[in-house]
Design a protein around this ligand. Structure first.
Ligand code: PEP
Length: 255
């Protein structure tokens, strides 16, 4: 069976108008080599408009890294509403990234509200879940993943996962150069899919599950070949065109 991988770049708080233009140029130049890959880039919100203009059509998909949990416009200084992101051409938005959970105090309830706020305007949320090293060492990885996923399932229901992506990102692997082994990634993904399947097997089978955490050109094939890994959420390596394209090439070979 052929697989359509989603390879997503989380640029985090990096980039400039000039640097982004150069990076997108390089991705556009090679994009045709990956007909079976959905390539997604998630620049900082202030860069969405310029990146969208440069991308033009849908050869490369656009996503945001965060959105407000508030759906209606109003007095929320500094916040960006989902509808604003959709208007700028975003199709996806990352919610619950571990950096937002750890640095900006986003708890499961906030993440669940952001997930719902994204879907309310037709954005596809990329729900990030993952355990810390301490949690893994204490043997509570599945309990943590179950709690993080469960908060969204309770708030939005299983049907919502027909229009959502989940990214398993072990916190200890993000930006550390230390990646989960394919066995660890597969086990976590199988657990997440199983949690969805308890409620709806069809939706569970079709929900894309991405792995994120120090994915690079040289470990991408091993991770992407796991049965329940449907793509990658790539941080550092998405800022270098050659590295990101090599990950796309690995996915294309496997698809
Ligand atoms: C991320 O930021 O989501 C991420 C996975 O980062 P990195 O690939 O750098 O570990």
């Amino acid at each position: 069976m052929s697989r359509r991988y989603l390879i997503a770049g989380n640029w985090k708080m990096n980039g400039s108008l000039a640097a982004n233009a150069g990076l997108i140029d390089e991705l556009l130049a090679k994009q045709e080599q990956f007909p079976d890959i959905d390539m997604l880039v998630c620049p900082a919100s202030v860069h969405l408009e310029s990146v969208h203009r440069q991308i033009g059509g849908e050869a490369i998909l656009l996503g945001a890294q965060n959105l407000s949990d508030q759906v209606k416009p109003g007095a929320y200084t500094g916040e960006v509403q989902g509808a604003m992101l959709a208007e700028l051409g975003c199709r996806y938005v990352i919610v619950g990234h571990s950096e937002r959970r750890a640095l900006y105090g986003e708890d499961d309830a906030t993440v669940a509200r952001k997930f719902a706020a994204a879907q309310a305007v037709g954005l596809i949320p990329v729900l990030c879940v993952g355990e810390t090293l301490d949690e893994r060492d204490r043997g509570v990885t599945e309990a943590v993943l179950g709690r993080q996923l469960g908060a969204v399932l309770t708030a939005s229901g299983i049907a919502a996962f027909g229009h959502a992506v989940i990214a398993y990102e072990p916190v200890w692997a993000i930006g550390t150069g230390r990646t989960a082994s394919p066995e660890q990634a597969q086990a976590a993904h199988a657990y997440l899919r199983g949690e969805l399947a308890v409620q709806d097997a069809k939706i569970a089978n079709s929900t894309q599950l991405l792995y994120g955490g120090s994915v690079k050109a040289d470990n991408a094939a091993a991770l992407l070949s796991c049965a329940d890994v449907d793509g990658g959420l790539i941080g550092g390596a998405s800022l270098k065109a050659a590295e990101f394209l090599a990950i796309c090439a690995a996915a294309q070979t496997l698809s």
